[in-house]
Design a binder for this molecule. Structure first.
Ligand SMILES: [Zn+2]
Ligand SMILES: [Zn+2]
Length: 219
């Protein structure tokens, strides 16, 4: 087995109840943010500039604020807002001129990194599916829980492995249909006439729907 296959093999072994690719991305997000605030910003001048110039998305600003080291965060925020002040000052200088310089807006550094990692993992997964014909069958549970984002991307990229992708779509369809039925029952339970009926599997139907919809959140 190729070395680069291992993380995905492990993820499909370990995480069956949710999209295994999302799970890997989530772990990489955590490691990246930690490194960003605890290490790189303090030691790597190039990274310091990059952090200054980026436009963190709202989601990652909140994540960084809630989960990570405050010293690193304060340094990052100082670099970032100082850069933005500088940009405003530059723009204000050209305010009365006819030709205003347009400033290119950098994307969120964390989103950018995750988008690259996402594309990488999807390509590795396609390689795995090509070389290991039993992979889908062995990990049918994990595949049945792929999020819409990763399902979309796989369908869009799969050329040589149409039969496996068909299998994956079949697996997903039954999970999604079950989710829809459970949401339907959850909604019905709000009707007082059904108040005493059991919940069946509907209690976590919202949570499951959110997992389905939550992949690929990076902009
Ligand atoms: Zn996913
Ligand atoms: Zn972001």
């Amino acid at each position: 087995m190729k070395l680069e296959f291992i993380p995905l093999y492990e993820a499909f072994e370990k995480y069956e109840d949710r999209c295994p690719i999302c799970k890997i991305i989530e772990q990489e997000e955590k490691v990246y943010c930690e490194r960003l605030l605890e290490d790189e910003i303090l030691k790597d001048p190039e990274m310091y500039i990059k952090i200054g110039q980026t436009n963190f998305c709202r989601y990652h600003l909140e994540l960084l604020n809630n989960s990570y080291d405050k010293l690193g965060l304060a340094i990052a925020l100082k670099a970032n807002i100082s850069h933005k002040l500088q940009q405003i000052e530059e723009m204000s200088k050209t305010l009365k001129k006819k030709r205003r310089r347009k400033i290119e807006k950098e994307k969120c550094l964390v989103c950018k990194y995750l988008r690259e990692r996402d594309a990488y993992h999807v390509h590795i997964l396609l390689d795995i599916l090509e070389s290991d014909k039993d992979f889908v069958e062995k990990h049918s549970k994990g595949f049945s829980n792929l999020c819409f984002h990763h399902l979309d991307v796989l369908i869009g990229l799969a050329k040589n492995i149409a039969p496996q992708i068909d299998k994956i779509i079949e697996l997903n369809k039954s999970t999604i249909e079950k989710n829809i039925n459970d949401l339907e029952w959850f909604i019905t339970k709000f009707d007082y006439r059904f108040h005493d009926e059991p919940w069946y599997d509907s209690k976590d139907s919202i949570e499951r729907a959110l997992k389905l919809l939550g992949g690929g959140y990076y902009d």
